[in-house]
Design a protein around this ligand. Sequence first.
Ligand code: ATP
Length: 574
Amino acid sequence: MKDYIKFLKENVSKYRNRIIAASVLSLVSMFFILLNPLITRVLIDSVLTSRNFSVLNKVIIFIFTFTIVNSIVHFIYSYSLNRIFLSLGLDIKKKIFKHIVKLDLLVTKKMSVGEINFRIFNDSDLLKQSFGQIMFGGLFNVILLIIIFIYMFTISSVMTIFVGVMNLIQVPIIIYFTKRIRAITYERKVVTEATLNRTIEVISSFHLLKGCNNEKSEIDKFDKNNEKVLDKQIKEANLNLLFTEISSVIMSCIGFGSIWIGGNFVINGIITMGELISFLLVANIINSPINSIVSVITGLQDALSSTKRISDVMKLENSIIQSNDCIKVMHKIVDEITIKDLNFSYDDGKEVLKDINLTVKKNTICSIIGRSGAGKTTLCLLIARFFDPSSGEILLDDVNIKDIDVDTYRKSVGIVLQNSFLFSGSIRENILLGKSDATEEEIIEAAKLANAHEFISELEDGYWTQIGSKGRNLSGGQLQRIALARIFLQRPQIVILDEPTSFIDSESEELIQESINKLKEYSTIFVISHKLSTVKGSNKIVVLNNGRIEESGTHLQLLEKEGEYSKLYRKILA
Ligand SMILES: Nc1ncnc2c1ncn2[C@@H]1O[C@H](COP(=O)(O)OP(=O)(O)OP(=O)(O)O)[C@@H](O)[C@H]1O
């Protein structure tokens, strides 16, 4: 509850003036709700019974005017309320997204894409809804209910007690159905979300699906998941239907009962016909505020859970701790990059990298090789400062990268992964990610250096070709060359290439190798590769084995040593 109130204060205060205005409109709207039964009462008792035509005309003109004003007030009220809560929902979404994208890799890896999505979209919507329900659904409906009961009492206390008791009987039924419907709606959302995530995963790793010949099992899973969604949807619809029918029976009973009691009172002259009809009109609207109040009570639990889930994400902190006096200007490497006595373990405490000592000269290529799980990617991620070493340091000449502002440092690091990820959009937009203000000449020059200009120019729309999500219209080699063009445009001091030539044909491999060699002019390159062409030409080869540097040197030096490299060379590289 503390988190919820804090969240409410933080996010709603910005809309204070608009909320006050909407509250005033809400009170006016409430007044109009009650005006209808009042006018009806006057119309029947004072106008119709006395056959007063001139007053009848005036009352009709008044009703007409009041209907128009009521519609305008209701429109403005609903419009302002919608704006407040839609904006509030967007604010919460923006806040969570901004926080998540600023988190480092280690922290975000703790949550699945589905979990993150759920918090950004579902939880923020639930919170937005609950704020609306509590402020307007709750508070104003309590006021409305009190006013309605006072008005009914002024007509007949017996009839009011009857309506009150009948509604009290209805309350547990409303609570039961509201809770059940909420629970089933939540379950439906969770199952739908899981189905959607699985579908996205399958579609985005199509080659894996085909490679494993797993289509049948995925089709079965898709069918089963969707059947689960359907089951929840049917349950939800049935509960809603049942609730509506039961409510309508109870409301009819209240109506008939009131007509019977009120009818007797009219016959006996205790109340007038106008009072009876006015009472019936008011009794008829009582259901709506009761439903809203119950929704607030039952929905509060969901709102609290959503607040907790959102707060849990907002409390996540980066593992990288930055000092206030960090260097804001990137150090220009003069001589070399040195890794000194570096050790690293992930959260589980298992040491993944042990006692790493390595020096790589500026503008050279350092290949990192080793068996799967040896720690190659982890070492490169540490160099890119996706997280910090448990102990030891990474130095640019004599400057520890920990002393440089993270954002400044990362701008000086370019990364190309095995399966280059491109965003949907044009080739041009994807290259521009390397330097958003680059000129046309710079883009073309970068593409030429990456050996990508030729194939891009041959495409019908050239640099404006839309490449679709993950670059599905291009070959693996073409994707890699676009990723390299991005790097050439960025001209980072350090480049990390993780298996850049895997899964591509030998022609593309040659072109990529050629551009990697050109890249050396601008950057110091760390490359993880199993391809002989890449490894052989490097200035330094580092062999990692079980988290330790087993040996390092040039291709020929290592072959002469007859150690792990020559074994790997014969086994994998040859
Ligand atoms: N986020 C993580 N949390 C915990 N352990 C991890 C994490 N990422 C990697 N590891 C573990 O760290 C070790 C080194 O992994 P890493 O990915 O660096 O190896 P690699 O040499 O690049 O392997 P590959 O060639 O298969 O990609 C492995 O034992 C791996 O299971």
